[in-house]
Every structure is written in structure tokens, then in C-alpha cells.
Write a protein that binds this ligand. Structure first.
Ligand code: URP
Ligand code: ZN
Ligand code: ZN
Length: 458
């Protein structure tokens, strides 16, 4: 493997910010310094650029059957898109279906990823059925590096768990060092609202949002916090969208509880207004939780800046408009839930967060890489730049302006929610374990080169 010397860049981690050189050797960061003298190394000039740890996206759904369809990116196309956007590790969601063991769920997703993933990948396991006899399997999965479990408080009959099962899962992760990732929405309330809306003839995409109130997210968030408090265990909320839910997280944290949460770019840059786009266009934004009214995003930015939100992940769950979202023409409840975003996260957050002064450049690194690495047992192998860490690095040009468009993005989806948006700040060169995998928009990614990430427990 060739030695690489990245020279003269502004090296930014969650805590540091200095200008100098990064030497990469054997897939690892070998040395940091100013004007390092190294022979026999390929040189990459990073002057005027940032050198940051590769992005870690801890919320993706590749090749996932959901809502009568399967997400449009598999582990090859999805990870290629991720790498183009400056993300070098993902944690995807495997699903244990009712009647299956937990291990069967994990193994099925390993089959999907192996031979396809082009960057490193780990798994959370979605538990949809937890008879007591399966609880010991949670311990063995934690021991094998699947250290987090996603539980749903919505989608009754499909993914939702009852409070008793949720409480037992929380108790178990309290003992085995795992982490519960919670999808917090009151599913039963939503189901009533959906049935009533359809009965009243309200079938358009916007009714997806109108039947999933912010209070249903806040109620479930608070209920989950209470369950975790009684189980005496940390808790992580996925895709937090509503200010009302964030308030519950902030309250809990102010009481000293170990409660963590992520939000996603769609909740920072889009709003309910998108559902009002003409015709069936609103289907592009059908995701759960839904986009919230304009102004809500200000609360999320504040949460990101003041550490009540701890990560920005994508919830990349892409469905094409053609043939997939179209399943819900005439019935919004049949539109597959989810939207693409795996490639656009870093540029959107840099442009909308750092350039506007809402978050510092260190915080940008922390939210996109370091903090998810710490929360999910990847740090310090991933998530920072220091001697001995994996050389997952991005030479990021803070001045390069790009226009986001489905035509130029690499995901296998026929739209992006950000079509036509101009953003400043984009990756020039991306390294994964010391290999240059993307350079000036050109990828050098082999299917199957990604490694499974065996993560450490808390
Ligand atoms: O709408 C969404 N978020 N789709 C993916 C599944 C989930 O709940 O994360
Ligand atoms: Zn979810
Ligand atoms: Zn998701």
C-alpha cells in the first residue's frame, strides 16, 4: 500500500485546528507534523483545504424492504455515494423479523453487505420481536460487535414493540453495554389519525405530515426517557425532528440523564412547506418523523450548537419517485417512508452550519464523525486524526461551490430533496484506510473492499 503525505492542509478534528502535514502509511495515520520530510510518498497538496476525519453516518437503510418496496440503493451504490460525499463509514440497520432469532437478522444483512460495500460498515439490529428467550442473544451480539439495537414505538404490526419489550431491551442493554436507538413516535395515535384522514378523503402526500404531529414525537420521546431512566441506562434517539421532542431531551439532560440524540439534514434544511409542492411532488419528502413547520429548524441548530443533539446522520432510505413512491398515488399511507441523503450530508452541514456561523468547524467534525464514533464504539480507530487511527480522511475544499442534483449525485434514486441547491464546501479527495477512493469526483472503489466494523460496547 502506497505511503501518502497530505501536505499543508488545515487539519481539523473535534478539538484541534492546525496547519501542517499528515503522513499515511499501511492504512493508518503514521505521523502528524509541520513540513514532514518523507521520501517515497505520494504527495497530496491540501493547501487552502481542510483535512478532516472521514464522515461516519450512523443511520442508513441500504437494500431494505420497507413499505411494500426495497430501498433503491444496495450496499454497493449506497456506499459509493457515501464516499463521494466524504463519508467513509456507515452503520446500517439489519432487521430481525418476527419469528426470527436476532442472529438471523444480522446474518441476512451481512449477506447483503459482503462483496458489495465499498467502505467500512457496521450494523445496528432492529428488534421487532423480543420473547424473553431471545434476550441472551442481545448479549452475544454485543460481544460480536453489533452493539446497538433499534426499537420502534411506531408502525404497529410491522416494526413496533410494546413498552414491556422496550423496557426489557433497555434493562438488558444496561447490563451488556449495548445501546438502544429509539424511533420515538406514538404509533397508535398516528394510526388513528391516518385512518380518519383517509376516511375523510385526505389522500395527498401532505397528510403524511398532518397525521404525525410533533406532540406524538414528543410524547414518545418523553415515555422512552422515563423507561430508560427506570432501567438506568443511556438512550439514543434517532432522527429527532421536532422542537417539542428536543425539549424533552434537553430536560432529561438537564436532570443529568445520559440521553443522546441525532438529527438529520432534512430537518435542518427542509420544512412542511415541501409537502405543499404541486401534484405528487410532496411524496419526495414522505419520511418519518415528517418535516416540521418552518422555524422548527432553529431549535435543532441550537441543540446542535449546545450539545443537546450529538450527531447529524442521514436516515438515507431512498425510494425512487417512479414505481416506488408512486405506490402511494391516491393513498399517502402507502408511500414508502424515507428519502435519500447519504452523499449530501457533509456539504449541506458545512454550508448551512459552518459557513453561516451556527456551528464551529470543530463542531462540524464532532457531529459528522467524532461523536458518532464515540457513541457507537468506533473511537479512536475512527472519528479523529491521530497517529495509529485508521487513515479515513477527507481533503475538503471549503470554497468549492457545487449544485446538488440527482443527475450528478451517485445514489441510485431518481431525485434528491435538494435539487438545484447551491452549497459551498465539498470533498476533493477521500481516503478510506489509506487508499485514495475518491479524487476530484472520480471514484476508485472496489465492491467488497469495505470491512465489517466490530464495535466496542459502552
Ligand atoms: O422514513 C423513514 N425514516 N424511513 C426509514 C425507517 C426509519 O424509521 O428510520
Ligand atoms: Zn426510524
Ligand atoms: Zn431510519
Amino acid at each position: 500500500m502506497e505511503k501518502i503525505l497530505i501536505t499543508g492542509g488545515r487539519v481539523v478534528t473535534a478539538t484541534d485546528d492546525w496547519t501542517g502535514d499528515v503522513l499515511v502509511d499501511g492504512g493508518k495515520v503514521a505521523a502528524l507534523g509541520v513540513k514532514l520530510e518523507v521520501e517515497d510518498a505520494r504527495r497530496i497538496d491540501a493547501s487552502g483545504k481542510l483535512v478532516i476525519p472521514g464522515g461516519i453516518d450512523v443511520h442508513t437503510h441500504l437494500d431494505m424492504p420497507f413499505g411494500g418496496s426495497t430501498s433503491a440503493d444496495d450496499f454497493e451504490s449506497g456506499t459509493i455515494a457515501a464516499a463521494h460525499g466524504g463519508t467513509t463509514s456507515i452503520i446500517d440497520f439489519a432487521i430481525q423479523y418476527k419469528g426470527q432469532t436476532l442472529r438471523q437478522g444480522w446474518e441476512a444483512w451481512m449477506q447483503k453487505a459482503q462483496g458489495k460495500a465499498t467502505i467500512d460498515y457496521g450494523f445496528h439490529l432492529i428488534i421487532t420481536d423480543l420473547p424473553e428467550a431471545l434476550e441472551p442473544e442481545m448479549d452475544s451480539l454485543v460481544g460480536e460487535g453489533v452493539t446497538s439495537f433499534k426499537l420502534f414505538m411506531a408502525y404497529r404490526g410491522v416494526l413496533m414493540l410494546d413498552d414491556g419489550s422496550i423496557f426489557r431491551a433497555l434493562l438488558r442493554t444496561g447490563e451488556n453495554g449495548g445501546t438502544v436507538c429509539m424511533h420515538a413516535e406514538n404509533g397508535d395515535v398516528i394510526d388513528v389519525l391516518v385512518r380518519r384522514a383517509l376516511a375523510a378523503g385526505h389522500t395527498a402526500p401532505k397528510f403524511h405530515a398532518l397525521t404525525r404531529p410533533a406532540r406524538a414525537e414528543a410524547e414518545a420521546t418523553y415515555r422512552a426517557i422515563c423507561l430508560a431512566e427506570m432501567a438506568n441506562v443511556p438512550l439514543y434517539f434517532v432522527h429527532l425532528s421536532a422542537a417539542e421532542a428536543l425539549e424533552k431531551v434537553t430536560e432529561a439532560r438537564n436532570r443529568g440523564l445520559p440521553v443522546y440524540a441525532e438529527t438529520c439534514p432534512q430537518y435542518l434544511f427542509l420544512s412542511y412547506d415541501n409537502y405543499e409542492e404541486p401534484g405528487f411532488e410532496g411524496a419526495k419528502y414522505v419520511m418519518s418523523p415528517p418535516l416540521r413547520p418552518k422555524g422548527n429548524e432553529n431549535h435543532l441548530w441550537r441543540g446542535l450548537a449546545f450539545d443537546d443533539l450529538h450527531a447529524v446522520s442521514t436516515d438515507h432510505c431512498p425510494f425512487c419517485m417512479k414505481e416506488q413512491k408512486e405506490l402511494g398515488l391516491g393513498d399517502f399511507s402507502k408511500i414508502p417512508n424515507g428519502a435519500p441523503g447519504i452523499e449530501t450530508r457533509m456539504s449541506l452541514l458545512y454550508d448551512g452550519g459552518v459557513r453561516t456561523g451556527k456551528i464551529s468547524v470543530n463542531r462540524f467534525v464532532e457531529l459528522t464523525s467524532t461523536s458518532p464514533a464515540k457513541i457507537f464504539g468506533l473511537f479512536p480507530k475512527k472519528g479523529t486524526i491521530a497517529p495509529g487511527t485508521d487513515a479515513d480522511l477527507v481533503v475538503f475544499d471549503p470554497e468549492r461551490e457545487i449544485t446538488l442534483s440527482a443527475k450528478t449525485l451517485h445514489h441510485r434514486v431518481d431525485y434528491t430533496p435538494y435539487e438545484g441547491r447551491r452549497v459551498k464546501g465539498a470533498p476533493d479527495v477521500v481516503l478510506s484506510r489509506g487508499e485514495v477512493v475518491v479524487e476530484n469526483g472520480v471514484a476508485n472503489l472496489r465492491a467488497g473492499r469495505g470491512n465489517f466494523l466490530k464495535r466496542s460496547p459502552r
